[in-house]
Ligand binder design. Structure first.
Ligand code: NAI
Ligand code: A1CAB
Length: 282
């Protein structure tokens, strides 16, 4: 099933109410939570949270009506699904102290920790622990995410409960774990690259006299519409470029100048650097 097309779950798919725990309530956990709350896939009272510093997430938890747990073990004890959303460098230490909690309570572990495989995760939990490895991107916050996933054998029966949540906040794709580092560059990190492009476009607008706010709106709507064109049809981006570039027109001059300045090779080099880092490099 690895490498299949985007799964065809409807965003309105009913998800059985369940208790969802979050270990780590930083940028990405909040994007997931906000997306799930916005389309009413979950209620705040379904959520059990613990993170590093109560002063950083207590007000947020209170605002959304979530339960604040005293420690990570209490998150496991009170949840059906536990989303692990801490930084890669501490995931092992966090899981190691939770071994008794995982042994005692049947939960599905849903890890979004970038660069950490199912095999690595399984070394820090009891044998037979169901694990779903996911790599979402920030766009889950507005229901427009792109999430890759892989599951271990123990999660065969339970993975759908986790995947239903991520289907409700964007598209999901089962992916061979060998391809996760490339996926991070193409989807996990790529919102930052897309924002860079939009910001650069807007700066050109400012250079030529349009306000930054207007230029950002113009550029962002154009990028969103262009992405929708690619997703809506079967025409390749390269053929769509040809449709915009009129003979002897203005666009072909801009396109060739961008390529002359190294646009495509810069993008590929940027993704190469992200993938290299994801694979353990500097
Ligand atoms: N930011 C993004 O766009 C994406 C991030 N990820 C992954 O999500 C994970 C979280 O990333 P971010 O949310 O960006 O980081 P973050 O730094 O915003 O959040 C991590 C949270 O973990 C908390 N924490 C630290 N020690 C803890 C402990 N012992 N127990 C519970 N919580 C603890 C911190 O207080 C912090 O709030 C990382 O593993 C990252 O690789 C994956 C996909 C995209
Ligand atoms: O920059 C990072 O390490 C993470 C991985 C994907 C997005 N943010």
């Amino acid at each position: 099933m690895a490498g299949t097309a985007l799964t065809a779950f409807s965003h309105s798919m009913e998800v059985t109410p369940m208790r969802i725990g979050f270990i780590g309530v930083g940028n990405m956990a909040r994007a997931i939570i906000d997306g799930l709350l916005a389309n009413k896939t979950v209620a705040g009272s379904d959520l059990y949270l613990h993170s590093g510093h109560i002063e950083h997430y207590g007000d947020y938890a209170q605002t959304i009506g979530a339960h604040v747990m005293n420690d990570n073990a209490a998150v496991v004890a009170n949840s059906d699904i536990v989303v692990l959303a801490v930084k890669p460098k501490i995931y092992g230490r966090v899981l190691d102290v939770l071994q008794p909690a995982f042994a005692e309570h049947k939960v599905v572990l849903a890890s979004i920790v970038s660069g950490v495989s199912l095999a690595e995760l399984s070394q820090h939990v009891p044998a037979g622990q169901p694990i779903v490895r996911l790599l979402p991107n920030l766009n889950v916050k507005i229901g427009a995410g792109m999430t890759a996933y892989a599951i271990n054998d123990a999660a065969e029966d339970d993975a759908q409960t986790v995947l239903g949540l991520f289907d409700a906040i964007g598209k999901t794709m089962e992916l061979n774990e060998d391809d996760f580092s490339t996926f991070v560059a193409l989807a996990g990190s790529a919102p930052a690259f897309a924002y860079l492009f939009i910001d650069a476009m807007a700066r050109a607008g400012v250079k030529h006299g349009i306000s930054k706010a207007d230029a950002v709106r113009i550029a962002a709507q154009t990028v969103a519409g262009s992405a929708e064109m690619v997703l809506a049809g079967t025409t390749s981006p390269s053929d769509l470029i040809d449709q915009v570039c009129s003979p002897n027109g203005s666009t072909i001059r801009g396109y060739l100048t961008m390529e002359d300045k190294g646009f495509s090779s810069s993008v590929v080099a940027g993704l190469d650097a992200t993938i290299a880092r994801e694979n353990g490099g500097d």
